[in-house]
Ligand binder design. Structure first.
Ligand code: GZL
Length: 329
């Protein structure tokens, strides 16, 4: 074989082989110890519910902060605007893009079996965060990180039993119907209603965790409807309810007790000011927890199937400005 031809052949072969080799992460240190810097960039597709509340914005920021380029990640964030069908489309897009991991914050509990089956068929691990899902086969997701929503509802009910009169007329502002946050918080109230014949729900409707809807629902109440407490399943609906009460010359936290969930910074300031009587914490800072799960999987380890985050509650007797400052959200 001619020498010149041989050189071209070897050169061509070398170029072909290099094109097949996995592209090294441009940020990786050349040579050096096999530290994280040498790891490929990990691509995470995150399907987020939306931007409906302070809690959700905090949750999204926590994920953005946790999956930074400096940390060796690329986060592809999709905002589903509270629509499950948009989440299903986003998951299919992540599969087509060949992401390394899919993180899903599900809008609702049902309807995930098919699309999570497609992710499994593509060999892409799915991590659930925040709300729960109901599927036939729980191997469709690797693990879940989130809150115990029923416990949150029970916490609120116990506080109401200890701090409010035995005869209670309750206005119940629900979150998105079918979301586990709404289901658990509503179940906690329902269990207390069964314990207290003196408690009565005089109005109940979904406000979808949205401030404007919380305000609209309270403004829509009949003028002659008498009630003692508003049980709002998140802070933003409580903010809307408070605005409606104030516009009607009613003192929130005094004329009408306000029970809320999430305990974001804005709401805790209202607890200090006496406008919200109880706020049950729902911690949105899931980014570091989800990153820890992915790091475990990268090391070939198996994370716990279910991880509940630690949560507490706040009222004016227990809360201080220092506590608010320390929480950072
Ligand atoms: C709770 C989360 C809920 C929050 C709302 O984990 O799913 O959705 O309580 C948010 O503020 O909209």
């Amino acid at each position: 074989m001619k020498k010149g031809f041989l050189i071209i052949l070897v050169l061509g072969l070398a170029l072909t082989l290099s094109a097949c080799a996995p592209a090294k992460d441009p940020g990786a240190a050349a040579g050096g110890s096999p530290a994280k810097a040498d790891r490929r960039q990990i691509v995470v597709g995150f399907s987020q519910v939306g931007a409906e509340s302070d809690w959700r914005l905090g949750n999204t920021q926590s994920m953005i902060d946790a999956f930074s380029a400096e940390g060796g990640y690329r986060l592809i964030l999709d905002d589903a605007q509270n629509k499950q069908e948009r989440q299903i489309t986003a998951i299919r897009n992540f599969i087509n893009q060949g992401v390394d991991y899919i993180v899903l914050a599900p809008t609702t509990e049902r309807g995930w079996d098919t699309v999570l089956g497609e992710a499994r068929a593509a060999g892409i691990p799915v991590i659930l965060v925040d709300r729960r899902i109901e599927v036939e086969d729980e191997s469709l997701f690797v693990c879940w990180v989130g809150s115990d929503f029923r416990r949150e509802g029970d916490t609120a009910a116990v506080w109401m039993e200890e701090h409010l009169p035995e005869a209670l007329r309750i206005v119940h502002l629900q979150g998105n119907l079918g979301s586990s946050a709404q289901i658990g918080r509503s179940e906690g109230l329902a269990a207390a209603l069964a314990r207290h014949p003196g408690w009565k729900v005089v109005f109940e409707a979904p406000g979808d965790f949205v401030q404007a809807k919380g305000q609209e629902l309270i403004e829509s109440l009949p003028q002659d409807l008498a009630y003692d407490v508003i049980y709002a399943e998140n802070d933003n609906m409580a903010f809307g309810a408070i605005d409606a009460l104030k516009n009607a010359g009613i003192l929130p936290g005094k004329d009408v007790a306000i029970i809320s969930f999430d305990a974001g910074g804005r709401a805790l300031r209202l607890v200090l000011e006496g406008e919200i009587n109880l706020d049950v914490e729902c911690n949105p800072m899931h980014g570091p927890r989800v990153r820890a799960v992915i790091e475990q999987l990268e090391r070939g380890e198996t994370p716990s199937k279910y991880t509940y985050v630690e949560e507490t509650w706040f009222d004016a007797e227990t809360l201080t400005q220092a506590v608010i400052d320390r929480r950072g959200y």
